[in-house]
Write a protein of this length. Structure first.
Length: 157
C-alpha cells in the first residue's frame, strides 16, 4: 500500500495549535505516552555527527522541546491512536524555526488527501501545503518548496 503525505508549512510553532492538530487527527490521550522514546536533534542538517539524543516520556514533552528549540531540526512520528483514514502523523521542527504538520492517507483516497490539505490551510495557519507520495518531510522552507514543485501534479487524474 502506498500513501499520500500531506505537509503543511507554518511559521507558528505554537503549543496550542500543535495540540489542536494532534487532537484533530489522533486520539490525543492515546498518543501521550512516549516512554522510552529518544529524540535525535540535529543542529546542522549537513552534518549527521552533530546531533544530540534526548529522552522523552510524553508527547507534551516533545511539543515543549520543539517549541523551545531553535535552529535545530527533528521529526516525531505517530503511528498508533490515529483517527479513521489516517495512516500516520508527524511533526517536523525545521532548522529555520518552522514547523511542518504531516498527515498520511491511503494513496487510493485522493478525496481525503484534498480534505486534509484544505483542513491544514483553514484550521492550522499553514502558509502552504505540499502533497507528496511516501517522501520524507523537508528540513527547511526552501526544501519544502523544492519538494512541492517536484510533486505538484500528484493529484491530477
Amino acid at each position: 500500500m502506498f500513501w499520500f503525505d500531506i505537509y503543511g508549512l507554518s511559521d507558528k510553532k505554537d503549543k496550542e495549535l500543535i495540540n489542536k492538530f494532534l487532537s484533530e487527527f489522533a486520539h490525543r490521550d492515546q498518543i501521550e505516552d512516549r516512554s522510552g522514546d529518544i529524540v535525535t536533534i540535529f543542529s546542522d542538517q549537513n552534518d549527521d555527527a552533530n546531533q544530540e539524543n534526548i529522552a522523552v516520556e510524553t508527547t507534551t514533552d516533545l511539543i515543549e522541546l520543539g517549541v523551545k528549540t531553535f535552529n535545530k531540526g527533528f521529526v516525531v512520528y505517530f503511528h498508533k491512536g490515529l483517527k479513521p483514514d489516517i495512516t500516520s502523523l508527524l511533526l517536523k521542527f525545521t532548522y529555520d524555526n518552522k514547523i511542518i504538520y504531516g498527515v498520511s492517507v491511503d494513496q487510493n483516497n485522493k478525496t481525503e488527501a484534498r480534505n486534509v490539505r484544505d483542513k491544514l490551510i483553514r484550521d492550522f495557519h499553514v502558509k502552504d501545503v505540499s502533497i507528496e507520495c511516501e517522501f520524507p518531510p523537508a528540513d527547511d522552507e526552501s526544501e519544502f518548496y523544492r519538494n512541492k514543485e517536484y510533486w505538484k501534479d500528484i493529484l491530477k487524474d
